[in-house]
Design a protein around this ligand. Structure first.
Ligand SMILES: [Zn+2]
Length: 143
């Protein structure tokens, strides 16, 4: 049912996790994807597969937003990009000239991602009682 979309989203989540790791992000809040109407991905199925693709990752509570891009072709006779219906052939809807020049509609890409980045990572504040840690980790240079 949503296997195709799940595969696409798994790749998206992997890319986000890699970038989030580099940025030391702790939690992803929102993800926006560009989805062309001819990309082969169905928005409803993407929404359905999102919780599965993000399960047990820092993306699991992130909200998915889809920016659906209509399919357009470039017509050399009209000299402009014109929107076509996704189910129609590659014809200019204005003058009916056949065109193979799909301008937009095949997009499937990450538009933007919003995440939380902690200001300080790791280091315990000075004065923190690290007695039991010192005993086991042997960081005896700490004052
Ligand atoms: Zn035309």
């Amino acid at each position: 049912m949503v296997m195709h979309e799940l595969g696409l989203l798994t790749a998206v989540v992997e890319a986000i996790l890699q970038a989030a790791d580099t940025a030391s992000a702790s939690k992803v809040n929102e993800v926006s994807l560009k989805v062309g109407t001819l990309s082969g991905a169905v928005p409803e199925a993407l929404y359905g597969a999102w919780p599965i693709a993000t399960d047990r990752t820092i993306c699991e509570d992130a909200q998915l937003r889809l920016n659906v891009i209509p399919a357009t072709v470039y017509c050399s006779k009209c000299r402009q990009n014109v929107t076509i219906d996704e189910f129609f052939a590659l014809l200019c809807p204005v003058c009916a000239t056949p065109t193979g020049q799909l301008a937009t509609g095949r997009e499937f890409e990450i538009e933007w991602v919003e995440w939380d980045c902690p200001d300080t990572v790791g280091a315990p504040a000075a004065g923190t009682d690290t007695g039991s840690m010192l005993a086991t980790t042997n960081t005896s240079k700490l004052d």
